[in-house]
Write a protein that binds this ligand. Structure first.
Ligand code: GN1
Ligand code: MG
Length: 365
């Protein structure tokens, strides 16, 4: 077991004795470890080194996470839910009462309870699971609708701001790491061709057509935990919870939850949108949210799937052109592979957009 990691865990108020610490999960940004304890009587934990080059205000981020966690916990308890520790992530304070540990090398560490006998999925397996996932993200949205002031900190400024992403893309074209631009001319053209369409949401926001809410902002499907009976336990990875549009959450969940291939699929021909999964997810999501969403918000939900898939592709492509400085990669072509898979999905969604609009219209009656 890694000695340094063990010393870091010792900074937190844990119960029991640590027996093992191993790498855990498949996030692209933070380093995550599972910390097991010797006895079955004491919980296991999840240790994370937050990437502070990306999350520039970790204290602000942790403040959000802890506030949101407490708010949800309170709601669950008021509703008489008994297994609250499995239904919301519980952060463990350090001995001095802080919600993170800042080590001598400048790294930020956090610890939370591991939820035993839980699992997440990289791909949705059937419409029922898609419906449950839609309900889970819809409920999350609902639970936070009455979070008391002050507003949450903006963890990553301009995170889903398309203008910012285009600006970065254009800068990356100038960086052109290892002359990569020539290798991705098709993808570059794709980005430029879609510029007007991809400004739909930001324009709707500016003109007051769609309101800011509290959103998760990283609703990848593997951020929902299920129990051993395939019931939803909770939504995890609250790093980017902050003000945003409902479309960010709906769209990103469709991107990974209603697609037929992985985010980094090498064969673009395998990538399309599964309308049955789309419908089931949308049904679950709208069951939880349609009472509060405005008609304009609902009307833009189908577009949000295209938008979020596009913006992820744009970010992967930008990172490729910058020399892979942001996302963790497994090989040098990983980012461009991801971008290509995302852009294929954007095109596929385009082919099915009319049907998606019909489905959403039908569900929102
Ligand atoms: C990153 O690390 P992870 O998997 O939680 C990224 C998301 C992307 C996702 C793509 C802070 O999330 O925006 O959708 O990769 N998070 C950040 O898989 O940039
Ligand atoms: Mg994340």
């Amino acid at each position: 077991m890694d000695n340094t990691l063990q010393q870091i865990v010792a900074q937190f108020r844990i119960r029991g004795e640590v027996s093992n610490i191993v790498a855990f999960g498949n996030g692209h940004i933070n380093d995550t470890y599972l910390v097991t304890t010797t006895s079955n009587e004491t919980p296991d934990y999840v240790l994370q080194r937050k990437n502070h080059l990306i999350f520039k205000d970790v204290p602000g981020m942790m403040d959000n996470i802890v506030r949101v966690g407490r708010h949800i916990r309170e709601k669950l308890m008021n509703a008489g839910i008994t297994d609250v520790d499995r239904r919301v992530i519980t952060h463990i304070p350090t001995h001095s009462g802080a919600n993170f540990f800042h080590d001598d090398s400048g790294n930020y560490w956090t610890l939370c309870l591991n939820i035993a006998n839980s699992r997440s999925f990289e791909m949705i397996e059937n419409p029922h699971q898609a419906w449950l996932t839609g309900k889970a993200f819809g409920q999350f949205q609902q639970q936070l609708a009455d979070l008391p002031a002050p507003p949450l900190n903006e963890t990553i400024v301009d995170f889903h701001n398309i203008e910012f992403r285009y600006r970065n893309f254009r800068k990356a074209l100038e960086v052109n790491y290892h002359h990569r631009a020539a290798l991705v001319q098709q993808e570059i053209d794709f980005v430029l061709e879609h510029e007007t369409e991809m400004h739909t949401l930001i324009q709707a926001q500016r003109s007051g057509l769609v309101p800011m809410r509290i959103t998760h902002n990283d609703t990848k499907i593997n951020n929902v935990l299920f129990d051993e009976n395939n019931e939803v336990l909770c939504v995890i990875d609250l790093d980017t919870v902050m003000p945003g549009l409902v479309h960010f959450d709906f769209g990103d969940a469709i991107r990974t939850g209603a697609s037929t291939a992985a985010e980094d699929e090498t064969d673009p021909d395998k990538m399309t949108i599964d309308l049955k999964l789309f419908e089931a997810f949308a049904k679950g999501f709208l069951e939880e949210t349609k009472a509060v969403l405005t008609p304009s918000e609902i009307g833009l939900l189908p577009h949000s799937a295209k938008f979020m898939t596009f913006i992820m592709g744009l970010r992967f492509l930008t990172d490729y052109l910058e020399g892979d400085v942001y996302y963790k990669i497994k090989h040098p072509e990983h980012n461009v592979q991801r971008a290509r898979a995302q852009f294929r999905l954007v095109a596929e969604i385009g082919e099915h957009e009319a049907e998606m609009k019909e489905i959403v219209a039908g569900l929102s009656l």
